[in-house]
Design a protein. Structure first.
Length: 581
């Protein structure tokens, strides 16, 4: 048939689809196989990187904390998590909620004024008050019932330099109340005073100068709103330095467990892992250097020491930390907020003086609170750096904002120039002779309390001093070696002192209390010792059935493996600060 013939003739000329398919399949399969091999290789590489990363972390954990420490940490973590699950059980959680609510209500009753004659102002007055009305109300607010810091009955908290300085502060506020250092061209006097406050503090802590040739441009610094901001800035500068110079993406800092909690806050704010190092009694409560050494790795951005620390008034071995910092080319920050204008004068005053400032070669930054023993108005501190190059890492600069080029040296934008003026006035009025005199009085009073606890028959049998304090803080705990009849619960002692009108600091881990001596305390130190002797005598050999505030809070807090309840109580306390009724 013609059609069949045509078909038979044309068939050989048609594409053989089966053959073409068979010809194409190896190429297609080879591409697919190559893709699969590539994906498989990528998966294996990622898996290897994952394993290597966590193997490295595990090895660093073992190196830093040792096998026993790692197992102990794992046990604590498991125990804490199981305890947290127990607390979430409905009947347990309901009881906890009730107890927490009750405790917060008691806080509110104690802190928030109420009752006849107490008025709360929660909206603006329809008509502005007269000057006389405002002054009258200010007088009432100043006379509200409070712990008498004026009588020297408060540990730390109020670092009062006397009425004359207070008048100078008032004059500074009146003259510079509207000033703002963010506008140096508008307020040149504030700029000058701030620069001089930084320069005087740098000189006091023996910062390198340009002439020394040991640092780029000599030492440098910035004023801040307080010790916490100074510490935050030093940690931020260390983080930025490590990021830009070493490309550190998972930063870690190493600090004594007694270091100020502002370092932990910095870790939480800035995404930095914090390693806490023990400060054992066998080492006089100073940081354990061998533990610091084991924790150092390529992610470490900062080492920390205290001079002195807040809880116990102990100065860490800054020289040993310096050697580690120099060996590993790491920054070393010394927290001198509490030592401030006392510790630099110890040597001139004839007291034992530790190595702590820029004369120690590895020290790269220091935080100093001028509003403590510098007697400046509250809201004043300085963070010091060995070089201007290091200071620049804490700066914030935005070059492309629509509002113009923006630059600020620290956390704040606008800052109160009046506080800087008050600080400058304090430093100029006190001078070296004034600070030397207060050092003699304050450290002498601390030594008197220490001698009484160590040497008085009425105290030494029941109490023991923690470590070897050198500056203004003296911490003490219950004597572990006391006979049963002589033993006391230190938190009962704290509550007994509170009942006598003293506001001292309760501590934990170990359970203790401390006195941060201030100028008001200097005048009543013998009264403090006498009251402490009386309270210890009352507490000997018995533990009160009804716990006071310190015994209840710290006793429970120390016993709980999961701190969620403590966090809730603390959060409730912070909420209470902003209640008006």
């Amino acid at each position: 048939m013609p059609g069949s013939s045509r078909l038979a003739i044309s068939l050989p000329n048609l594409p053989n689809l089966r053959q073409r398919s068979s010809l194409l399949r190896p190429t297609t399969l080879s591409r697919q196989q190559a893709l699969l091999y590539a994906l498989d290789a990528l998966r294996n590489v990622l898996l290897l990187l994952f394993v290597l990363r966590y193997t490295r972390k595990s090895l660093l954990q073992l190196r830093g904390h040792g096998l026993f420490g790692t197992l102990k940490g794992a046990y604590k973590s498991i125990y804490r998590n199981l305890y947290a699950l127990f607390l979430r059980l409905p009947f347990v959680n309901a009881r906890i909620r009730a107890d927490v609510s009750k405790a917060i209500l008691e806080l509110e009753t104690k802190l928030v004024p109420s009752g006849p004659g107490v008025l709360s102002y929660t909206t603006l007055p329809t008509m502005g008050w007269s000057v006389e009305q405002v002054r009258s109300e200010l007088g009432k607010l100043g006379e509200m019932k409070h712990t008498r810091w004026e009588d020297g009955r408060v540990s730390g908290a109020v670092y009062h330099g006397g009425d004359e300085l207070a008048e100078l502060h008032a004059q500074a506020f009146k003259q510079f109340g509207v000033s703002n250092p963010i506008h140096p061209d508008v307020f040149p006097g504030v700029r000058k005073m701030e620069a001089e406050v930084v320069a005087m503090t740098l000189a006091l802590f023996h910062a390198p100068t340009i002439e020394d040739g040991k640092a780029e441009g000599g030492g440098a610094g910035v004023t801040t709103s307080g010790g916490t901001e100074s510490i935050l800035m030093a940690v931020l500068a260390a983080r930025q330095k490590a990021y830009h110079e070493r490309n550190v993406r998972e930063p870690e800092i190493i600090l004594p467990e007694t270091a100020h909690t502002a370092f932990r806050k910095a870790g939480e704010y800035f995404g930095i892992q914090v390693h806490l190092v023990p400060c054992p009694a066998a080492n006089n409560y100073r940081v354990h250097i061998a533990s610091v050494r084991r924790l150092i790795n390529s992610n470490t951005i900062l080492l920390v020491g205290s001079a002195p620390n807040f809880p116990h008034g102990i100065v860490d071995d800054i020289s040993a930390l310096s050697r580690l910092a120099l060996k590993h080319k790491l920054p070393l920050h010394v927290d001198c907020c509490l030592g401030s204008f006392i510790i630099p004068f110890l040597e001139k005053a004839g007291y034992p003086a530790p190595d702590f400032d820029f004369r120690v070669p590895g020290v790269t930054s220091i935080s100093v609170d001028t509003h403590k023993y510098g007697f400046a108005p509250k809201g004043n501190s300085v963070v010091l750096y060995r070089s201007k190059a290091l200071r620049r890492y804490q700066y914030y600069v935005c070059p492309d904002w629509s509002g113009g080029v923006y630059a600020s040296p620290s956390m704040a934008g606008s800052r109160p120039g009046a506080l800087i003026a008050g600080c400058w006035a304090s430093l100029m009025r006190m001078g070296e002779d004034g600070y030397l005199d207060t050092c003699l009085k304050i450290v002498g009073a601390r030594q008197r309390i220490e001698d009484a606890i160590r040497g008085s028959e009425k105290l030494c049998r029941s109490l023991s001093v923690i470590g070897k304090p050198l500056v203004s803080v003296i911490a003490f705990q219950a004597n572990e070696n006391a006979e049963q009849a002589e033993r006391v619960d230190i938190y009962d002692v704290a509550d007994g002192m509170s009942a006598k009108g003293w506001h001292l600091n309760a501590l934990q881990d170990p359970a203790a209390m401390h006195v941060a001596v201030t100028m008001p305390i200097v005048g009543v130190v013998e009264e403090l010792i006498a009251d402490l002797e009386a309270v210890v005598a009352q507490c000997r050999g018995k533990a009160s059935e009804k716990k006071g505030d310190a015994a209840a809070l710290y006793g429970v807090a120390g016993a709980l493996p999961d701190k969620r309840i403590v966090r809730e109580l603390a959060g409730g306390f912070l909420d209470t600060l902003y209640k008006t009724w």
